[in-house]
Design a protein around this ligand. Structure first.
Ligand SMILES: [Zn+2]
Length: 240
């Protein structure tokens, strides 16, 4: 099947859109030549110099809108990563978040790009009934309630070293709600797209409500032993 380029505005003049901002792929390298990014349903992991992109989903004007949003997200993830690295046994760190709505738009735009990329379409990914609302929130700064939770993950490799792993967005059910989750530079972002929202007991940890935002520091966990992620890592380890 040949993908026909078309932006949300109908323009066929689409440009290159990175699913995860290039700057964060770069950060993940930490001296390596390329970074391992895994995704569900794909055997093996790919060594990428600049991350995955799609050339058929956004025109220049709409790509520029996501660029502005991405800048906030990139800064947030970098500061979270620095805070996490100096957490020294604390269970959480606090990260400045002067514009929580921009953080939500960032998280949604990563997920939106994944879903609308050739890879996402092929796998039948969808935002379901929330789709229009989320598109408005990203590109028109529309209102959306999308409870968001962030964490500093400590996935470890064979020598117990922290691996700043990246995982493309996938859908997951937690607390009886639909969430999307993705991981960049070892920072986990969960965003609830379920119309029912989250119970009020979560308000204190929601990144879409708080400045600074609390990010739980995950216990060091071996990549080979990560619960719901096991399927993905199994895919990453198996070679084509
Ligand atoms: Zn457009």
């Amino acid at each position: 099947m040949i993908a026909i380029p078309s932006c949300i505005c109908g323009s066929p003049n689409t440009v290159r859109s990175h699913i995860i901002p290039r700057a964060l792929i770069h950060d993940s390298k930490e001296g390596e030549q390329a970074v391992a990014y895994g995704e569900r349903g794909e055997a093996g992991h790919r060594l990428r110099q600049s991350g995955k992109f799609d050339q058929n989903i956004l025109c220049e004007e709409h790509e520029r809108i996501t660029g502005d949003i991405d800048r906030y997200g990139v800064d947030f993830v970098r500061v979270l990563n620095i805070a996490g690295q100096s957490a020294k046994g604390s269970s959480a760190v606090y990260v400045p978040n002067s514009n929580p709505k921009l953080l939500v738009r960032f998280a949604l735009s990563v997920i939106w790009r994944e879903i609308h990329s050739g890879h996402g379409v092929k796998r039948g990914l969808t935002l379901g009934t929330a789709s229009d609302r989320i598109c408005q929130a990203i590109f028109k700064d529309g209102d959306v309630s999308a409870p968001t939770i962030v964490s500093y993950q400590q996935f470890t490799g064979e020598r117990n070293e922290r691996v700043p792993v990246g995982i493309h967005p996938f859908r997951v059910r937690m607390f009886d709600r639909i969430f999307w989750q993705f991981t960049v530079v070892g920072c986990g972002i969960w965003i609830c797209t379920d119309g029912r929202g989250l119970p009020a007991k979560f308000d204190g940890v929601r990144a879409d409500l708080n400045d600074p935002v609390r990010a739980a520091v995950g216990d060091p966990r071996s990549l080979s032993d990560v619960g719901i992620l096991q399927g993905i890592f199994r895919d990453m380890r198996s070679r084509r």
